[in-house]
Ligand binder design. Structure first.
Ligand code: UFG
Length: 328
């Protein structure tokens, strides 16, 4: 039977890919987004878009009252680690504050399931091993801490009020819808893959590689890039898997690629050189972040686009076809 879901931030990068996955499955998605970061064009025709801000408690109440909702997916948030270190209180008030207000409204309106878009930025990482769910949590950034505050709020909503939840900690979301309908368009763009692709296409200045003196094989930072459509699938699975209890899943491919290896992948896929220069380290960057996604895999999650060239190809094709992203 088709189900009905509320998706906050459904006009954003990962949220829009989840909305597409829900629609492909025949479910009903309602998007709640203030369009400050998300794009109206990322919401498919036929999907209801409620333009509202999560700080507007009355508006959120009105939306949740109009249930029933099989689950609420919560993506809407500020998500730049660097920015959060310049404006920490804005991140805490907006991300954590809005998240808590939304959880409170969900409890009052008897929403049974809540899925949180969380992050690897929770973990305080020192080594280069795979990071499991129970690795020490000690966020290095206000962004990571704002997500951790929401995770902890969910714990109490579950223990005391019985609302089930899934906290999905993404490693590096990357790539674009394999059907070409959606892609990555952050403004400003700060992520490695879209910047490297645009540098190869000559649309941006040479890429700056932030540091080549890390304790990694080639000296540049290692990350676990996970295809955005595989992330979307994990959300669908989590809604059913939380029947058996609350969920905390780390979501990545368990394979690390250095910055230089990503540039090489962009060169292989595009057939173009990626002009780049080396600069100092960027504040707050960990040397290596690679997931152990064992619990998600045990629950049946099977990433389909784990191959790094496939991830880069989907991103490349979308950017090539959309020189201005979702804009004109
Ligand atoms: N990098 C460069 N040059 C650039 C941009 C990035 O060298 O112009 C490097 C970064 O230093 C880092 C790697 O490329 O080593 C990846 O950087 P991204 O900015 O693409 O992604 P991050 O790993 O910094 O952060 C991402 C998300 C966060 C999330 C985190 C979890 O943006 O929201 O993954 O791992 F918390």
């Amino acid at each position: 039977m088709p189900r009905r879901f509320l998706v906050t931030g459904g006009a954003g990068y990962v949220g829009s890919h989840l909305v597409a996955a829900l629609c492909d499955r025949g479910d009903t998605a309602v998007v709640l987004d203030n369009l400050s970061i998300g794009h109206r064009q990322a919401v498919p025709d036929g999907v209801e878009l409620i333009e509202a801000d999560l700080a507007d408690a009355a508006a959120i109440d009105a939306v949740l009252k109009n249930g029933p909702w099989d689950a609420v997916f919560h993506f809407a948030a500020l998500s730049q680690v660097g920015e959060s270190m310049r404006e920490p209180l804005r991140y805490l008030m907006q991300n954590a504050g809005n998240g808590m207000r939304l959880i409170d409204a969900c409890v009052r309106h008897r929403v049974g399931r809540f899925v949180l878009s969380s992050t690897a930025a929770l973990f305080s990482v020192t080594g280069d091993g795979l990071i499991p769910e129970d690795a020490p949590i000690d966020p290095n950034s206000a962004y990571g801490d704002s997500k951790w505050m929401i995770e902890r709020t969910l714990r109490w909503a579950s223990e005391v009020q019985g609302m089930r939840h899934a906290c999905l900690r993404y490693f590096n979301a990357a790539g674009a819808d394999p059907k070409g309908r959606l892609g990555e368009d952050h403004r400003p763009e700060t992520h490695l893959m879209p910047l490297a692709i645009d540098a190869a296409l000559g649309r941006r200045p040479p890429l700056t590689v932030f540091g080549n003196d890390y304790p990694t094989p080639d000296g540049t930072c290692v990350r676990d890039y996970i295809h955005v459509s595989d992330l979307a699938e994990a959300h669908l699975l989590a809604v059913d898997a939380m029947e058996d209890g609350d969920i905390r899943w780390n979501l990545g491919n368990g394979a690390g690629y250095s910055v230089m290896e990503i540039l090489q992948a962009v060169e292989r896929v595009s057939g173009l050189p990626v002009p780049h220069t080396i600069s100092d380290r960027r504040a707050g960057d960990a040397a290596s972040l690679v997931a152990s996604a064992a619990p998600a895999l045990r629950a049946g999650w099977q990433p389909k686009f784990a191959d790094i060239d496939t991830i880069v190809r989907t991103a490349f094709l979308w950017r090539q076809a959309h020189p201005h992203g979702y804009g004109n």
